[in-house]
Design a protein around this ligand. Structure first.
Ligand SMILES: [Zn+2]
Length: 303
């Protein structure tokens, strides 16, 4: 567990052995621990080991705060609640039903990952409805003397929310502000299918500016202290990717060829700017190829 702010830490779940890819934030409250985005099932062992090294365990957890339900953020939730039935799960209303009955979520993910589902994500089990605390956005969640504001932030996903911890000024933003390659100034969007919506996404980023947090905490990966720069850069990159994908739709060939060309262009940029160890977390996410499909789907619905 790495310190993040007062009574706040984060764990690197070391997804598939890769460091600085998926982070879970840990908040201490009078009611117990809160975990923001516990990550996928297959890295649950690493998360537990990291908690234990920090002197705590899952039994000490009061609630799981989900930014959204994608498997890299929330795949482990059902398994955690099955083993610790006291744990409450906070999730936006549009995501809640898919935590309770994950069949559609899994079918959607299987369209991207095919027969690699089990090896990439492990078991995704239903979360009992009684454990689910439905969020709408606009709530102030009170945990002892700790107040967390909830904002509905669609764009990356139709059920995405962000949390602002009033006591530390830290905003837990999931994938709303893209992916930061930790230790660099490299920020890129994460835009997989199926719900990318550019207008909503820009509005969500503008709402993060209104919060004016001291720290942005991105699931991929970690704290970002230069908030204004980060949001500006994330927005510029999203616009650039969106225009590049839109232009590519008129190019010859099929979608696989268009996605591949976009991927190669973006990876060339990453190769020019990032050294090997920093590129690794970026490549393992399947980015930017997946983002081509997410943005192409958006344009085809919109144009
Ligand atoms: Zn993600």
């Amino acid at each position: 567990m790495q310190p993040l702010a007062s009574s706040t830490w984060y764990a690197d779940v070391r997804y598939r052995g890769v460091v600085r890819l998926i982070a879970c934030a840990i908040l201490e409250t009078a009611q117990g621990l809160l975990l923001v985005d516990p990550g996928p099932d297959i890295s649950l062992g690493t998360l537990k080991a990291d908690l234990k090294a920090g002197g705590v365990e899952m039994e000490d957890v009061y609630g799981l705060l989900l930014t959204h339900i994608h498997l890299d953020h929330a795949g482990a939730v059902g398994s955690i609640v099955r083993a610790h039935p006291h744990i409450r799960v906070y999730v936006h209303k549009r995501g809640a039903r898919h935590m309770i009955r994950p069949a559609r979520l899994l079918a959607s993910a299987a369209r991207i990952y095919g027969d690699r589902m089990q090896s990439l994500w492990g078991d995704v089990v239903p979360t009992p409805e009684a454990n689910v605390h439905v969020l709408h956005g606009g709530e102030c969640l009170q945990f002892g003397n700790r107040t967390l504001h909830v904002r509905y932030t669609p764009g990356h996903a139709s059920h995405h929310v962000c949390y602002l911890d009033e006591s530390t000024g830290t905003a837990f933003v999931g994938d709303t502000a893209g992916m930061l390659i930790m230790g660099t100034r490299y920020v890129v969007p994460v835009a997989p299918p199926p719900d990318i919506n550019l207008e909503l996404w820009r509005t969500s980023m503008a709402q993060l500016r209104v919060w004016d947090p001291d720290v942005l905490f991105a699931t991929h990966f970690g704290p970002s202290l230069d908030v204004a720069w980060h949001l500006l850069h994330a927005e510029e990159r999203l616009d650039a990717w969106a225009m590049a994908v839109r232009t590519s739709l008129a190019e010859e060939g099929n979608d696989a060829a268009r996605a591949q060309r976009f991927h190669e262009q973006e990876m060339a940029r990453a190769y020019a700017e990032l050294s090997e160890s920093f590129r690794r977390p970026y490549e393992i996410m399947g980015q930017p190829r997946e983002s081509w499909y997410g943005l192409a789907r958006y344009w085809r619905k919109t144009l």
